[in-house]
Design a protein around this ligand. Structure first.
Ligand code: G6P
Length: 364
């Protein structure tokens, strides 16, 4: 491989620290100069805003799509669905005429995502690829392509590519907000400001990261029997992505749930020795999530919270910088990625080449 690790021990670690650059490069040239408007010229050939959007994806890309749904639905009136590609591809398409089917895939080669897009294209739907690899198979399959620009990702567990996907779906939300006529013009403008300053803020955050504190949390993870990641709203995709990352490289038993769903089953698992990890960056739902956290504590579970001062009535386990919008998702993601990474290192695992996994799965 031509890529070098530099002073980092693993590609995964290096790629986590390349998050700010992934955001910056993905934004490059997509904000119309002087206008403060997002302009995705790649989408022109798809025509006017669609009556519906359906994301299809696998793994980490599915989690980025879930974030995409939330961002698009908050800034526009377009209904959004998110589907696991391998399930979607074998179902009859009950979606609105003119809908866009958006395949999100880092590699652009995932067989299930390609299959899902092919299924949609054959049924006459407009297809959009969101991919990190120019010239990949999906770019030939789809009508239009929006590139994420994370650069080559070597670690099997996706990190900076996820950050670039978060940026791309945020841009997509802003682009569609403009085209559907703004419900909340002011909210949109503020959101763009936050997105533009996100690379610098994430850079500052990572530059001051407290690795000793992350290691103390990693020890808790390594010594827990089971780890449940919970989150509501924006924090839900972050939580299930956190759980996926942990499974992928540490092989620890872990799962992710919407916080409000805990009481419908998973709470039966809570007892001493079980750890709950909760990112709290969705300011609208933080108070609700805290009540879920209290339920866990009352049953003897240990809780690790990752939160900014606005969303936390008590000192969190890992503090995030102040925020008043969606940028908190970048900070929480960095902490969750580092938490899995440091746990895997602590356990002596092969971080960049985890067992049984491939960087891209080109068979069904
Ligand atoms: C594999 C990788 C995952 C990835 C998924 C989807 O399972 O190990 O990290 O999220 O494929 O990959 P894609 O390239 O479609 O985003």
């Amino acid at each position: 491989v031509a890529a070098e690790k530099g002073h980092y021990r693993h590609f995964m670690e290096k790629e986590i620290f390349e998050g700010p650059r992934a955001i910056m490069d993905t934004l490059e040239g997509r904000i119309a100069p002087g206008h403060g408007r997002v302009m995705l010229s790649e989408l022109t050939r798809l025509g006017p805003s669609p009556p519906e959007i359906v994301f299809v994806a696998c793994g980490t890309s599915y989690h980025a799509s879930l974030l995409g749904r939330q961002l698009i639905e908050s800034l526009s009136d377009i209904p959004v669905r998110v589907e696991i590609a391998s399930e979607f591809r074998y179902r009859p398409l009950r979606i609105r005429k003119g809908a866009w089917v958006v395949g999100v895939t880092q590699s652009g080669e995932t067989a299930d995502t390609l299959g899902a897009l092919d299924h949609a294209r054959r049924e006459g739907y407009l297809t959009l690829a969101v991919t990190n690899v120019p010239g990949s198979s999906i770019t030939r399959e789809a009508e239009a392509t929006l590139l994420t620009r994370a650069g080559p990702e070597i670690g099997v567990a996706s990190t900076k590519a996820f950050v670039a996907q978060m940026t791309a779906v945020w841009l997509l939300a802003l682009h569609l907000a403009r085209r559907t006529g703004l419900r909340e013009e002011e909210g949109s403008r503020r959101s763009l400001e936050l997105l533009l300053r996100a690379p610098a803020r994430l850079e500052g955050f990572l530059g001051a990261i407290d690795l000793a504190a992350i290691d103390r949390l990693a020890e808790k993870v390594a010594s827990s029997r089971f780890v449940i990641f919970i989150g509501r709203g924006l924090d839900y995709p972050l939580a299930i992505e956190g759980a996926l990352k942990l499974k992928e490289i540490t092989y620890r038993p872990a799962d992710g749930y919407p916080g409000g769903e805990l009481k419908h089953g998973p709470i039966a698992l809570i007892e001493p020795g079980v750890l709950v990890v909760a990112p709290l960056v969705d300011l609208d739902l933080a108070a609700k999530e805290w009540s879920n956290i209290r339920e866990v504590e009352a049953r003897g579970g240990t809780v690790v919270t990752i939160a900014s001062p606005e969303s936390s009535p008590v000192a969190p386990s890992y503090p995030l910088p102040p925020t008043d919008g969606w940028e908190g998702m970048f900070f929480a993601t960095a902490v969750l990625q580092l938490l899995s990474y440091r746990t895997a290192v602590l356990m002596g695992n092969d971080v960049d080449q985890p067992r049984n996994l491939a960087k891209s799965v080109t068979v069904e």
